[in-house]
Design a protein around this ligand. Structure first.
Ligand SMILES: [Zn+2]
Length: 144
């Protein structure tokens, strides 16, 4: 006979999947650095982490530190959510950030009233430590 299972545990948020070519990115965020790749052959910056350059296909990608600054390219405000690990966070902002280096990154904008969010708004990276393994890069409006 099975014991009463009680209340189910709340769902956990998904964790990043780390592979050998994305590991430096996550090591960087743990140290408060936003790292992206740069192609040694054509000079383009690359994000998300890859094994070869999406512009010239060279396998000559090195890690460089981003300025951490960019602008909001597009965004949405999540106002309601089906039962999930994110339901308690509403309202929250999901945004595509265009970094000054030219690459785009999907993230959250924090420390901002969602009603004041706008495309082309200047933002800068902030780091949210989840635990000893993961620190997430998020963005906030640049204060004048
Ligand atoms: Zn290239």
């Amino acid at each position: 006979m099975q014991a009463n299972p009680g209340t189910p545990a709340p769902p956990a948020k998904p964790r990043p999947v780390v592979n050998p070519w994305s590991r430096p990115f996550w090591e960087g965020t743990r140290q408060g650095k936003l790292l992206i790749q740069k192609c040694g052959a054509c000079g383009h910056h690359v994000f998300y982490p890859r094994l070869s350059c999406p512009d010239c296909f060279a396998e000559d990608l090195a890690w460089v530190q981003s300025s951490g600054r960019g602008t909001v390219y597009s965004h949405t405000v999540v106002m309601s959510n089906a039962p999930s690990a994110f339901a308690a966070d509403v309202p929250y902002v999901v945004a595509v950030i265009r970094l000054d280096e030219g690459v785009q990154m999907l993230s959250n904008v924090v420390d901002c009233d969602p009603e004041h969010l706008a495309c082309d708004m200047p933002v800068e990276v902030v780091f949210e430590k989840l635990d000893d393994e993961f620190t997430l890069p998020k963005f906030r409006p640049v204060r004048p």
